[in-house]
Design a protein. Structure first.
Lengths: 581, 116
């Protein structure tokens, strides 16, 4: 009886001890698993869960190559090699391997960087290729790591540099097409959240794995034809060399669609080495970013306005005295001696300012450039030919230019008199070319565009044929008359330069350059332009050439016209246009 | 442990069985206690756990295979990209212009068109 009581007491003690021990475990587990749940989950996630950004591939840019797309801008993965000097075991071997494998890519002072043991991160080489990186990895160097970087590659070198723009070290598109279409080209990065093992291999276990694939940027096909672009750049370079001009632009456009076939600018730069450019002005696309007073090219638009409004015909005459007075200011002709009663065709052929001031007067009461005349000119120049406003071409840094409305204090009679022959307004090459294209194509204005289509899964998907922004900006009969006038003007003086059997028309321009201080025009500087087209029954291309240089006097007929002629004759062959007649 | 087999005869009205079917029902005489039940449940849980672990391990094995294939794809894509760049460089206008074939070419003296 006494023994049984003893057993019972011992059992109770053991049970109590066990209970206490189990209770401690239970409480501790409760504390860890329930109270500290969030903390330990976060700790585990930190160890096991890997969060990665899946970078989207920047869209490729293609040009046309006689109709089919060809790559103009590509991506390449290169590597930045870094070292941790604190854990490098054999510095001599690292130096020897880096020199042998990536000699051209190592930093000049990289050997001294390896000695800086207080630092844990030293970049010793940049832009190392995949092949070079593999060779370095094969050497099994301790303390040497690699960071993959994507960079743009330009197989055609400097071709269309200002049109394309470049991508900076942050991966942001700057200038040109890269800048304007940055969001479309960049795509959207993907996301990867997954449990990994010690080697960072993603594992499918776990219920919180997230894999959102990256959406690569769009692969865009430009309307630029690389052959046309290349020839335009060559012809422009030849023009600069011949004339002594230091800057030049050539714009070639299809007048029946607004598609830009070439946009050349000089001086240029290599977009792959944009960081070596000292003058950032070289990044600007002169054809869209630098408004200027277009000069006599605009006379064609003034004439079209007069014909379209029915106030003048090419054969109509006026009395030319080589000077005309407007509000106390005398406007003279650059070409003198064609005085007397002459036709407006003659005025266009000899580019006589007085003839086009007369057209402006006839838009009013015939004697002065009335408010009504100015309203009409503004309606045509601004609202129809769309000068002095952004065209919407898909390129960064397009400038709108300036065209004063008659409501503006500056929109007075003398302003509109000078506008009649292309001074007193600021417009860009792309604006003038697009407006001119609309005037000669029968009266349909097309938005200038550099996009022709997209590459989707390796297949070319061209966009639908562009529709005109506005039709009937001038009557078809006006368009016909203007083409006849310009073909006559060109044919009378320069027709011998053109291929026979084609209709080539155009207009020279020699524009004065306004002084920076606003006090009139410079005496020692002019901009030479030529604006023309070619084809058979209908124009198939419009070419605008502009040459300029600080302190350089240039002339449209002497300096810009030969560049047009060179390109125009080449275009006829390239586009395989058959002669008529 | 002994087994006992009992035959119970039940009126057909008390059951749903049909004609000519076996009307003999087997009833085990083995009685399992709560401890045995607990052990059995624990064993079943352990077996299920083992099955889960086996499957998870197999799935992880596939992860390594998938990772190896992904690496291979990335490597091949890298090579493809490099070849495309090389191809683009070799077919660039500047390269063509400087090629020996291009140097031998001449400008045609005249162009004739055939009306189709």
């Amino acid at each position: 009886m006494k023994q049984t009581a003893l057993h019972t007491r011992r059992s109770r003690i053991i049970a109590t001890i066990l209970f206490v021990i189990v209770s401690i475990f239970v409480i501790r587990l409760f504390y860890i698993q329930v109270v500290q749940h969030g903390y330990y989950t976060a700790l585990a996630d930190q160890e096991q869960l890997k969060k990665e950004r899946i970078p989207a591939m920047r869209g490729l840019i293609y040009a046309k190559n006689a109709g089919s797309p060809t790559l103009l801008v590509m991506n390449e993965t290169v590597y930045t090699v870094f070292a941790d000097p604190a854990i490098i075991k054999d510095r001599d071997k690292v130096a020897e391997v880096m020199k042998r494998v990536a000699g051209g890519n190592v930093r000049k002072d990289f050997e001294s960087l390896l000695e800086r043991t207080e630092s844990r991160y030293q970049i010793i080489a940049t832009k190392v290729t995949h092949l070079q990186a593999d060779k370095i990895k094969d050497e099994g160097l301790s303390g040497v790591g690699f960071q993959a970087v994507s960079q743009r590659v330009y197989p055609e070198g400097e071709l269309a540099a200002q049109l394309l723009g470049f991508v900076d070290t942050e991966g942001q598109g700057k200038y040109g097409f890269e800048g304007y279409n940055d969001a479309e080209l960049q795509g959207v990065d993907g996301r990867l959240e997954t449990v990994t093992d010690v080697s960072d291999v993603p594992l499918t276990i776990g219920d919180r794995n997230i894999r959102e694939p990256a959406q690569d940027g769009k692969n865009i096909v430009l309307s630029i034809d690389r052959n046309v672009q290349s020839y335009a750049e060559q012809a422009l370079a030849g023009g600069l060399k011949r004339t002594g001009a230091t800057k030049g632009s050539v714009l070639i456009m299809d007048p029946t669609s607004g598609k830009v076939m070439a946009m050349a600018n000089l001086p240029t730069y290599n977009p792959a080495k944009y960081f070596n450019v000292s003058d950032i002005g070289a990044f600007n696309n002169g054809a869209i970013s630098i408004p200027y007073e277009p000069g006599s090219d605009v006379k064609t638009l003034t004439m079209a306005t007069g014909i379209d409004k029915g106030v003048v015909k090419p054969s109509d005459t006026f009395i030319n005295t080589d000077a005309i007075r407007i509000d106390g200011w005398t406007i003279g002709n650059a070409t003198r001696g064609m005085t007397g009663t002459i036709s407006f065709q003659t005025a266009l052929t000899w580019s006589l300012n007085t003839g086009f001031v007369t057209v402006a007067q006839r838009l009013g009461d015939g004697k002065t450039i009335t408010r009504s005349a100015r309203d009409t000119m503004y309606q045509y120049f601004h609202d129809r030919f769309r000068l002095g406003q952004l065209t919407g071409v898909e390129l960064a840094n397009e400038a709108p230019g300036i065209l004063y409305s008659p409501q503006h204090q500056e929109g007075n009679a003398i302003r509109y008199a000078t506008m009649a022959f292309g001074q007193g307004l600021d417009a860009t090459l792309v604006q003038v070319t697009a407006g001119f294209g609309a005037m000669i194509n029968g009266g349909s204005y097309y938005k200038p565009t550099v996009i022709d289509g997209y590459m989707v899964d390796g297949a070319y998907r061209p966009l639908d044929a562009p529709k005109p922004v506005e039709s009937g900006i001038v009557k078809e009969s006006t368009s016909d008359s203007m083409r006849t006038m310009m073909e006559t003007a060109r044919g009378s003086s320069f027709g011998y330069l053109d291929r026979q059997g084609y209709k080539i028309g155009g207009k020279t321009g020699t524009s004065q350059v306004a002084r920076e201080d606003g006090g009139g025009y410079k005496d020692d500087e002019t901009i030479a332009t030529y604006l023309g087209y070619g084809g058979t029954d209908m124009p198939e291309y419009v070419i605008m050439v502009s040459l300029s240089g600080d302190g350089t006097v240039l002339q449209g007929a002497r300096d810009a016209l030969p560049v047009f002629t060179d390109i125009s004759n080449w275009m006829i062959n390239y586009l395989k246009i058959q002669p008529k007649g | 442990m002994s087994y006992q087999q009992n035959n119970y005869y039940v009126s057909r009205r008390q059951q749903n069985w049909s004609r000519n079917q076996n009307t003999t029902r087997y009833a085990s005489a083995v009685k399992l206690g709560p401890v045995t039940h607990t052990i059995l449940v624990a064993l079943m849980v352990a077996v299920l756990g083992l099955i889960y672990l086996t499957q998870a391990t197999r799935a992880t094995g596939y992860d390594y295979e998938a990772q190896a294939i992904d690496s291979q794809i990335a490597e091949l894509n890298q090579q493809k990209g490099e070849l495309e760049i090389e191809n683009a460089r070799l077919t660039a206008l500047e390269t063509i212009r400087n090629s020996s074939v291009a140097r031998e070419m001449t400008t045609p003296s005249s162009t004739q068109y055939v009306n189709q």
